[in-house]
Design a protein around this ligand. Structure first.
Ligand code: PRP
Ligand code: URA
Length: 209
């Protein structure tokens, strides 16, 4: 079963509180999501392999370390996943970005695919699927399916807030995918919203409500 990591760093938890607050306006919401994504990127890449290299410091030749192995690919689920991309790119500027466009049908809560564009070398990259909200898990599972159908293997999932139902759904469908979140909330309400959650992540990021 995939592991669930809750990124409980005080800075992440502090900023998440203001992201949840209904009084936080679009500009600040966007900035806070960006900052939390950057802080979570630090946690999620903790296991990246290192290799030894030699560098000449102004004093002597020294043996140091750089990141080795696969390069990263970020896969935001449109729309709301876009709000987390720049924060991660601040720490990993060489990552390539692929997009999976899904929306959740408000009646059935089932995800509907409308766009997929991936880097040409996606199979050679370690991939992080990004979405602020993991509610029923339908969207994350479909995005991971999209990647696996194309042969991708090394995949992580990064969300701000998860419902227990969504975590269970992804762990059952994709036991090889580890999940990184800032919080696991209480439950999903009758409209498929995470409680207490933050409301509609896409609308709050883009000011569409
Ligand atoms: C939201 C959210 C996730 C999805 C989560 O997207 O950003 O993609 O719902 O719900 P699920 O786990 O039940 O699938 P939405 O469909 O509202 O689209 P948007 O990002 O375009 O607003
Ligand atoms: N999508 C959101 O944006 N918010 C939720 O609470 C659930 C799904």
């Amino acid at each position: 079963m995939g592991k669930l990591y809750v990124c409980d760093h005080p800075l992440i938890q502090h900023k998440l509180t203001y992201i949840r607050d209904e009084n936080t306006k679009t500009k600040d919401f966007r900035q806070l999501v960006d900052e939390v994504a950057m802080l979570m990127a630090y946690e999620i890449t903790r296991d990246l392999p290192l290799e030894k290299v030699k560098v000449h410091t102004p004093v002597i030749e020294a043996e140091c370390q750089v990141i080795s192995g696969r390069m990263l690919g970020l896969i935001p689920i449109l729309r709301a996943g876009l709000g987390m991309v720049d924060g991660i790119l601040k720490l990993h500027p060489t990552a390539k970005v692929g997009h999976v466009g899904l929306y959740r049908d408000p009646e059935t809560l089932q995800p509907v695919e409308y766009y997929v564009k991936l880097p040409t070398d996606v199979l050679e990259r370690e991939l992080i699927v990004i979405d602020p909200m993991l509610a029923t898990g339908g969207s994350a599972n479909m995005a991971i399916d999209v990647l696996k159908k194309r042969g991708c293997q090394q995949i992580k999932l990064m969300c701000l807030i998860a419902a227990p139902e969504g975590v269970k759904a992804v762990q059952e469908a994709h036991p090889d995918v580890d999940i990184y979140v800032a919080a696991v909330d209480d439950y999903l309400n009758d409209h498929g919203y995470i409680v207490p959650g933050l409301g509609d992540a896409g609308d709050r990021l883009f000011g569409t409500k």
